[in-house]
Structures are given as structure tokens and as C-alpha cells.
Design a protein around this ligand. Structure first.
Ligand code: HEC
Ligand code: HEC
Length: 346
């Protein structure tokens, strides 16, 4: 009885799928280019292995960027304007502060005195503890800003205004110019690629090394999850294990037990370069909508480069929509979770 009912239903839904696929692609301005599709590296998985955007200007490092190493780079170069941020452990301690014994409160006072509490409300750029600042940014875009001093504000818009960022002014000897008090001079629109301080025995200015720039960016990036990370990454991987690993694999490489039966393949979240060129806005939307969306909403489109959009090969995929199944918070946790595979962090 059940069996009989099931067959017509699945045939019907299959037919519906085919119709939707046909109309879906034409009215969305999304391309279904077979040639583009076959050119995509299979191992990367997924229909939309994002984008070869800016592959020339974005030197993606061979090694995994490290927010841990970035902390030191940040402290030496960026904290003078952006303020110092606490580690997750320090923050957790502070949030428990009310119940702490008196001598623990002295720890906080000490941090404050050393200027190690975040100077959040300064006018010197965003509060990195707040995730809103990076919602529409990709790590690759931020690399462009910090390494070279400017980036387009909105990815999807052609004539968008450029955001400028200050970098060290270099003298004729290619060394940073310092004022009478020995402080480095900055100018908006200059990048850090030609001079960033790293720890090598002592602090030393290095030139043309993208690694410390990436590390410092991922450090700033990671601040917005540091609040929760110590307790929450465990929860993230529990949700991931229950819902995602069957397709995306235990270590998020896109090779879960049923992945081989899927076409397109599940996305490989260890594809660091692709994720460095993807916004949180996009990831959150993809996790929420799954692979059966009809169109990319404008606010999400605005966070993609025009090149990314034209490369976007829209396919109906097995990726389920998680909107009704996981809470908004859980979907955000998963954004951080899959991203956390692409850089070292606390
Ligand atoms: C039934 C298999 C399946 C399950 C379960 C699944 N996915 Fe997917 N997912 C896919 C496939 C296939 C793709 C690649 C095609 C596409 O982009 O739709 C994909 C793509 C994605 C993408 C898009 C990446 C990009 O940059 O284009 C994200 C993000 C994602 N999945 C997250 C998740 C998360 C988080 C979970 C668990 C809550 C999950 N997926 C569960 C099959 C699955
Ligand atoms: C001389 C002060 C100064 C220094 C030093 C400095 N910044 Fe900034 N930073 C700013 C200001 C001002 C802004 C805001 C720019 C704007 O919004 O136009 C900013 C913005 C940013 C942003 C956010 C960009 C955005 O709009 O999303 C990031 C990320 C950032 N800085 C990272 C760094 C890193 C990493 C370093 C060290 C390598 C650094 N900054 C050093 C002043 C500074």
C-alpha cells in the first residue's frame, strides 16, 4: 500500500525538480555552464567552489594561516590603534569575575593598567569582538586592504567606494619613518606588505612576506569567536557530526560516507583559498537554504564579486536546507566551525 503511494509521489517530485531546474536557471541570471563545470577541480567538491577572484593579488599562503602566531604580529603592529584583545581564556575568566575571589579581581585591574583590556570604543576601526564588522568581508578582501592599503567597500558593486587603511610610511632607505618619540608614522592608503614587524629573536621589520599579514588578519578575524570558542567548538563539532559529516566528512574534506554517490560532490571545507574568498553572509545563507534555492538574494549577491557570480554554477544539489532544522545560532556556529578548519586558532 505504502509502496504504491510512494512511486507516483517520487516520480512527481522528480518531474517537479526537472521543471524547477529548467526554469530556475534561466530566470536567475545564474549560469549553468557545462564547460565551466568540467573545468572545476573535482577534489574541491561542490557546485560553487568559490571563485578564482583576485588570485593574482591575493597571495594565498601555502601553510595554514595562524591566528595564534597572528596575535604576536598584531600586538607589535596593530594594537597601538586597534587596542588589545583578550584570549578566550582571559575573557572567560573575566566573565566569571563577579564570583571571583578578590585577588582575581586584581588580575583584571592589572590587565587594565597594562592596557590589555580591549579599547573597544575608539575611533580606530571596528570592534573585532563584534562579528558584524566582518559579516560582509572575506579574509581575502581584508588581506588586500591590509597588505596594500585599500579595498573596494562592496564586493558585488562595480563603482563602489574604496576603503583606505593606514600603513607605515617608509623613508628613502625603505625603513619605516619614526617621530621624535620613536613612534612609527602612518598614512592612509599604505599597505603593510613592505614593512611589518615580526618576532625573530627581537622585533624586526620584514618586507614582502605575506604570512605575517595573513596571520594578523586571522587573529583580528578570530576575535569575534574567541568569546565563545573554548566552550563552543565542542558543541559545533557535535552539531556538525550529527548533521553534516555524513556528506562533508569527519574532517570536513567533503568525503563523508555517502559523498561518492553525490553529484555535485559535497564541499571541501579544507579548501582554504575558497573559504578565504567567501563571506560569512554567503556561508550562512548556503547553510540555511541548502542546494535547492531559486535565486541568490540581493544582500548575499552584494557580498560576491561579479566574477564570483558569473562563475557561480547553479546546480541542484543534495545539500539540505537547514533553516527549519537548526536554529539561527546553530547555523552561525557552523559558519565558524567550517571556517575554523582553514586557520589555526585558540
Ligand atoms: C546530503 C549531503 C549533505 C549534507 C548532510 C550536508 N551537505 Fe553541505 N553540501 C552538500 C553538497 C553536495 C554541497 C555542494 C553543492 C552545493 O554547493 O550545493 C554542499 C555545500 C555546502 C556549502 C557551500 C560551500 C560553498 O562555499 O559553496 C556549505 C557552507 C555547506 N554545504 C555546509 C553544510 C553544513 C554546515 C551541513 C550540516 C548542517 C551540511 N552542509 C550538510 C551536501 C551536504
Ligand atoms: C595607525 C592606526 C592603525 C594601525 C596601526 C592599524 N590599523 Fe587597522 N584600521 C585603522 C582604522 C582607522 C580603520 C578603519 C578604516 C575605515 O573604516 O575606513 C581600520 C580598520 C581595520 C580593519 C577593518 C576593515 C573593514 O572595514 O572591515 C581591519 C581588519 C584592520 N584594520 C586590521 C589591521 C591590522 C591587521 C593591522 C596591523 C597589521 C592594523 N589594522 C593596523 C587604523 C589602524
Amino acid at each position: 500500500m505504502r509502496f504504491k503511494l510512494l512511486i507516483p509521489f517520487s516520480v512527481l517530485s522528480l518531474a517537479a525538480m526537472v521543471v524547477l531546474t529548467a526554469t530556475g536557471c534561466s530566470d536567475q541570471g545564474l549560469t549553468t555552464k557545462k564547460s565551466a563545470l568540467s573545468a572545476l577541480p573535482k577534489a574541491e567538491g561542490g557546485g560553487a567552489p568559490s571563485l578564482e577572484i583576485g588570485s593574482d593579488s591575493v597571495f594565498y599562503p601555502n601553510n595554514m594561516p595562524s591566528a595564534l602566531k597572528g596575535r604576536q604580529v598584531y600586538t607589535a603592529n596593530c594594537a597601538s590603534c586597534h587596542g588589545t584583545y583578550l584570549t578566550a581564556q582571559e575573557r572567560l575568566d573575566l566573565s566569571k569575575e563577579a564570583s571571583l575571589p578578590a585577588d582575581q579581581q586584581a588580575v583584571r585591574k592589572g590587565l587594565e593598567k597594562e592596557g590589555r583590556l580591549p579599547e573597544i570604543k575608539s575611533l580606530n576601526g571596528p570592534d573585532f569582538n563584534d562579528r558584524d564588522w566582518r559579516f560582509r568581508r572575506t579574509p581575502g578582501q581584508l588581506f588586500q586592504l591590509i597588505a596594500y592599503g585599500s579595498m573596494p567597500d562592496q564586493l558585488g558593486i562595480a563603482d563602489t567606494k574604496m576603503i583606505l587603511h593606514p600603513g607605515p610610511v617608509l623613508g628613502p632607505d625603505k625603513k619605516p619613518v619614526k617621530d621624535a618619540n620613536g613612534k612609527v608614522q602612518y598614512k592612509a592608503g599604505l599597505g603593510w606588505m613592505d614593512s611589518i614587524q615580526i618576532q625573530r629573536g627581537g622585533l624586526e621589520f620584514v618586507s614582502g612576506d605575506s604570512v605575517p599579514v595573513w596571520d594578523s588578519i586571522y587573529y583580528a578575524w578570530s576575535r569575534s569567536i574567541a568569546v565563545k570558542s573554548v566552550s563552543n567548538f565542542g558543541d559545533v563539532w557535535k552539531i556538525y557530526g550529527e548533521n553534516c559529516s555524513v556528506c562533508h566528512g569527519d574532517i570536513a574534506k567533503g568525503n563523508g560516507p555517502i559523498s561518492k554517490q553525490l553529484n555535485p560532490l559535497p564541499f571541501n571545507f579544507q579548501n582554504r583559498k575558497a573559504l578565504a574568498e567567501t563571506t560569512d553572509a554567503f556561508l550562512f545563507w548556503r547553510i540555511s537554504e541548502g542546494g535547492q534555492f531559486r535565486r541568490i538574494p540581493q544582500p548575499v549577491k552584494d557580498t560576491m564579486t561579479s566574477q564570483a557570480l558569473s562563475l557561480y554554477v547553479h546546480q541542484w544539489s543534495a545539500m539540505p536546507s537547514w533553516r527549519g532544522l537548526l536554529t539561527e545560532e546553530q547555523r552561525w556556529m557552523l559558519v565558524d566551525g567550517v571556517r575554523s578548519k582553514t586557520y589555526e586558532h585558540e
